[in-house]
Design a protein around this ligand. Structure first.
Ligand code: 5RP
Length: 223
């Protein structure tokens, strides 16, 4: 099975977690795009979707799936029933790194507003330690040098993502050469640096279920 076929399988498997009549949180990236395509088959069965990026909103609308602003959605329901998204890496504790597509802040917000997070990945995303994939940090532009210095001091090799501005108008610094042994502690430490909007460690908002595409089919990790 190719990587794309694995992504399609997990995207389709995630439909099982979509409740009729609910509002669904939708992630960003190539795997999330496949989920959006699958969700289109259920578009008359859900109230709508909250998008984690402008790109996702556009793809949802292209399929005729109603897109709600998160505030509007939370005025109709107490929480979103499920958030479905990919990841750059996941570990045995279902901690994730995300933000390869630069949508980490809205992804974390929508995940936090959802009852559960179903993470859809191919098998290449499983790691022993997070951090081999450069960790994205969204930063307010005026704090670029301040945050870069701190990232160097914690042992990383920060690289500005050239020519990229997030949907929130900020920059991304990708931190190379990290070996993350305590995801929760690093997530908290980075979030305490003035100028950091969000970092790509998803430990507080880790996955409840990981659907991993393998050559033998979809493996479910979690409940
Ligand atoms: C975007 C993300 C994506 O979920 C992550 O980059 C994985 O993407 P893909 O499904 O294309 O491998 O965090 O900000």
């Amino acid at each position: 099975m190719t990587q794309d076929e694995m992504k399609k399988k997990v995207a389709e498997a995630a439909l099982e977690y979509v409740k009729s009549g609910s509002i669904v949180g939708v992630g960003t990236g190539s795997t999330a795009n496949m989920f959006i395509d699958a969700l289109a088959t259920r578009k008359d069965d859900i109230l709508g979707a909250v998008a984690s990026s402008e790109a996702t909103a556009e793809r949802l609308r292209g399929h005729g799936i109603p897109v709600l602003d998160l505030n509007e959605a939370l005025s109709k329901v107490d929480s979103l029933s499920v958030y479905v998204d990919g990841a750059d890496e996941f570990d045995a504790g279902k901690n994730l790194t995300k933000g390869g597509g630069g949508a980490l802040t809205r992804e974390k917000i929508v995940a936090a507003a959802s009852d559960s997070f179903v993470c859809i990945v191919d098998a290449s995303k499983r790691v022993e330690y997070l951090g081999a994939f450069p960790l994205p940090v969204e930063v307010i532009p005026m704090a670029r040098e301040l945050v870069t210095d701190v990232l160097r001091r914690i042992g990383g090799n920060p690289v500005l993502r050239e020519g990229f501005i997030t949907d929130n108008g900020n920059i991304i610094i990708d931190v190379h050469d990290l070996k993350i042994t305590d995801a929760r502690a690093l997530e908290d430490e980075l979030n305490s640096v003035p100028g950091v909007v969000t970092n790509g460690v998803f430990s507080h908002q880790g996955a409840d279920v990981v659907l991993m595409g393998t050559a033998d089919g979809v493996q479910t990790i979690g409940n």
